[in-house]
Design a protein around this ligand. Structure first.
Ligand SMILES: [Zn+2]
Ligand SMILES: [Zn+2]
Length: 90
């Protein structure tokens, strides 16, 4: 999370002063438009991330909170490996 130190407007609403940069696309965001996410690591360390709405939902930017087709892809991979096993069986 990177704090905005200069006075610039939020790139989402254009009304409020930006307080933090999006960790995905570097867009300056105000307190209303940022979306916080906590990334936990195995060692107990937690990183605070701030995203704009589109980056928060983008699985490639935010693998912990994103919504794009991770489950679907995993399912397809399982189905394909099953098909291979069936074909190779004697
Ligand atoms: Zn805003
Ligand atoms: Zn963003």
């Amino acid at each position: 999370m990177r704090i905005v130190k200069t006075k610039i407007k939020c790139s989402v609403c254009g009304k409020n002063d930006a307080v933090v940069y999006c960790d995905g696309c570097d867009a300056p965001l105000c307190g209303n438009c940022r979306k916080f996410d906590l990334w936990g690591y195995g060692c107990g360390h937690v990183d605070t991330k701030a995203f704009c709405l589109s980056c928060a939902e983008d699985i490639e930017v935010n693998p912990w909170g994103g919504k794009r087709p991770a489950a679907e892809t995993a399912e397809r991979t399982v189905q394909e490996s099953m098909r291979v096993q069936i074909k190779e069986a004697p």
